[in-house]
Design a protein. Sequence first.
Lengths: 304, 319
Amino acid sequence: MSERSEPGLVPSPGDPGVPGGPASGGRAKRAGRGWRALAGDARIGALLLIVIVGAAVAAPLISPFPPNQIHQDAIFSGPTWPYLLGTDELGRDLLSRLLYGARLSLIVAGGAVLLAMVLGTVWGLAAGLFGRWVDAVLMRLVDGLLAIPQFLLALLLVAALGSSVPLLIVIIGLLNAPVVARLARSALLDEMSKDYAVAVAGTGARPIRLVWREFLPNVAPPLMVQAALVGAYAILTEAGLSFLGLGVEPPRASLGSLLLQGYQNLYNSQLYAVWPGLVIVAVVWSLNVLGDRLQEVFDPRGRR
Amino acid sequence: MLRFALRRLAGGALLLVIVSMVIFVLLRVLPGDPVLMRLGASTSAGTEEAVNQLRQELGLDAPLPIQYLDWMRGVLTGDLGVSYVSQFPVSTLIGQRIPATLQLAAAAIVLALVIAVPVALLGARWPGTIYDRLTSGGVTVAMAIPQFWLGLLLVSVFAVQLDWLPARGYVAFTEQPVEHLRLLLLPAVTLGVTLAAPIARFLRSSLADVSGNLYMRTAEGKGLMWGQAIVRHGLPNALMTTLTFVGLLAGQLLGGVVLVEYVFGWPGLGSLTVDAIAGRDYGILQGVILLLSAGFLVINLLIDLAYGLLNPRIRVGAS
């Protein structure tokens, strides 16, 4: 449908028997092909993500000041040396707080993605493999959970259980597991109907082995696309929760808690709330375009 | 059509029951004893009797399935229980807040369509041009913007720096119509712009799908200008699929509404939810979440039915 030129020749790494599949070629070669497969905006997205994640990981090394260090002589300073992005109501360096904030938000999002993917995959595969009433119960639970507005559920869980960093990871991860489960199940059922699956099953391989050796590698691509989207959603959820004062609590910096403080100080400093928002937009945009592009690469035919 | 409609209705009803069970179980499992909440922190020692009595009054000593059925019986008769904090009926509290939320949502949806439809149409008219690329690039960026952050930026520019509009608040339209609209403007724009982005994107791609169809070729062949053909034949079809997509987005949008209402002090369901969370008022939360989930399901069901009504292929395929 799209008028954009069809890559067409990019092999789907999951397709068995496609020459030049994942088994052939060195790692460097594969990385090179991956890079070439990315369209312009996805390359920018990949670079942005690398820069932001790199800066977040290296925050203790590169941040100019400790994130909570107070400079009483420089309250609400504009972006001037040595405070490159300015300072806040206590004279804390905003760049340092932004670096540490991004670090914490990315930890929460990364943990949530990991949990959602593992839990969701097990959930979906269990439903698909056991079938019958297990399938029915597990999938109706997915339907029910997905019908409740996710952010409201997140609010409820955080309010009831608390909002330490591990809890935030668990809550956001849990909330994103159902959508992964649905995807994993349909990918599994798709694969099971293919000839190779019937052949492997015919050899008498145990189901677990079948899943581990044959299905997982083949259902991985759609799951990776979903992981990117879950990551974007997790960043936004953390920001929203912390912005309401229910997530990461000040003085600890996260992208959301920085936005909350920026909001509270809107009349004193207009730039305060701009920086963390820009970082959120950059991360979410990057994950979205990467997800879109991965989708096209993995499944050129299934494009809408 | 009847069979199709009945199947969808039954599916929707089943889902609603599941949703109500999930919410019920969640609220019972989560920490926070409604009885202790209600009696307040003042109850320390020697009031175990009072606690038990209240527990009995509220029916909280019954087995869980009975409690669930009691709750559902109330829900079906319009009784959503009472606020644990203020003791007001939840249905009353929700009723007071719904108009503001609906008004904001309606303004946002109208605004979103006013922005998205021309953007998508022009992109579909001249695919691959600079305009098309710029707008689709802009749309992907707009889709990554957290709604409440956009709200913050708008307040920062138009209320704080330029001082053209009030930053937050609400007055009834009947009292001060002009001020009411001035207060509505920023939150409506915030929601409208962020909602316009996914709609424009989806509409743009369904317009491209539609353009390849034979009926479009026929329409152009019989001498209609591209604009006439697309408006009469293409757009209605593309809008229909887009509507389904927007229905699925509604759940996510609700999360955004909560935050935007909070930023602008707009007294709708979102602020009610935030206040209830702050006060750990599970009575209100239970009602609000059930209502919003039901609303989400009903919207999607209606879209589904409308779609089946307008497009016979769907209902044939489904049955």
